[in-house]
Structures are given as C-alpha cells and as structure tokens.
Design a protein around this ligand. Structure first.
Ligand SMILES: Cc1cc2nc3c(=O)[nH]c(=O)nc-3n(C[C@H](O)[C@H](O)[C@H](O)COP(=O)(O)O)c2cc1C
Length: 138
C-alpha cells in the first residue's frame, strides 16, 4: 500500500569492532540519511550488539533495511518485528532519529516506552531494552 507507515526492529552482532571514528561516522551517516528521509527510531550499539528501530514510509524503510542487511559490519540479524503500523512511536518521542549515546539516553527511552505500555510494541520494546539498562558505559 502506498505511503503506509512501517516499523522494523532488529538485533544483530557486530562482525568488526569499529573504532570511535568509524562508529561516529556510521552514526552520523545513518542520522543524516534517516533525518533527510523522515525515518524515526533509535540506533544503539552496546556489548557487541546493534539494536535498531526504524519507522517511516514503507517505500523508504524497505530499501534502507535491504542495504543494512547487506552490510558486512554486522551479521546474525534477529528480527523482532517488521510490520505495518498506524502509529509512529518514536516520532512522538523525538522528531529526529535518535542515536543512543549514553546510559541516560537509554533510561529516558525506556521510561517513555514504559509510560506507553498500552501499545503492545512499546511493551515489547521496554522488555527487550531492560537487560541493556545494566550497562552504565555505552
Ligand atoms: C548496524 C547498522 C545499522 C545501520 N543503520 C543505518 C541507518 O539507519 N541509515 C543509514 O542510512 N545507514 C545505515 N547503515 C549503513 C548502511 O548499511 C549503508 O552503509 C548505507 O546505507 C550506505 O549504503 P551505500 O553504501 O549502498 O550507499 C547501517 C549499518 C549498520 C552496520
């Protein structure tokens, strides 16, 4: 369906340890592209894993996710959900795509999700993020 909103959430394993400059570059390129294309969500790198939530128009999200899946900086992609949605959770949280850079950022996101638990995706995401809250150094 044209212009329908879509949301994808996955975890993956890093295949290479990126140094600070390479990680900053990945984060900056991702936010620039995502913000220019009205893609909302979060991007987190923690304990050798990536977790990403992408929300936006299906015709933008699908080709981006296809590129991401091909990227050899990660593998073992585990898809938590990939579905049509009416409601863009993260657009309401932050009008820009969010890079999670600190334990405080993550705690804020978790609080937001917990306060919206009536939405089943928020509930699922809050539960998924809980183990990561124990890392104080992101
Ligand atoms: C874990 C991970 C997440 C990524 N997320 C995004 C993203 O949200 N947006 C983006 O533009 N690129 C993202 N990338 C980078 C893309 O995989 C790809 O390098 C970028 O879209 C440029 O593609 P191109 O070289 O085919 O032009 C991500 C890469 C990795 C490893």
């Amino acid at each position: 369906m044209e212009n329908s909103n879509h949301t994808i959430c996955y975890f993956s394993d890093e295949t290479v340890t990126l140094d600070d400059a390479a990680m900053t570059s990945l984060f900056e390129k991702s936010s620039t592209f995502n913000n220019e294309n009205n893609i909302y969500g979060i991007f987190l790198h923690i304990a050798g894993k990536y977790l990403q939530i992408l929300e936006g128009h299906k015709e933008v999200i699908d080709p981006l996710y296809a590129r991401i899946r091909e990227d050899d900086r990660h593998n073992n992609i585990y898809e938590v959900f990939n579905k049509r949605t009416e409601h863009l959770i993260f657009k309401e949280y932050n009008s820009k795509f969010s890079i999670v850079k600190s334990a405080g950022d993550l705690a804020d996101i978790n609080k937001y999700l917990e306060s919206n638990r009536y939405d089943s995706r928020c509930d699922k995401l809050a539960r998924l993020l809980t183990p990561f809250l124990m890392f104080s150094d992101i």
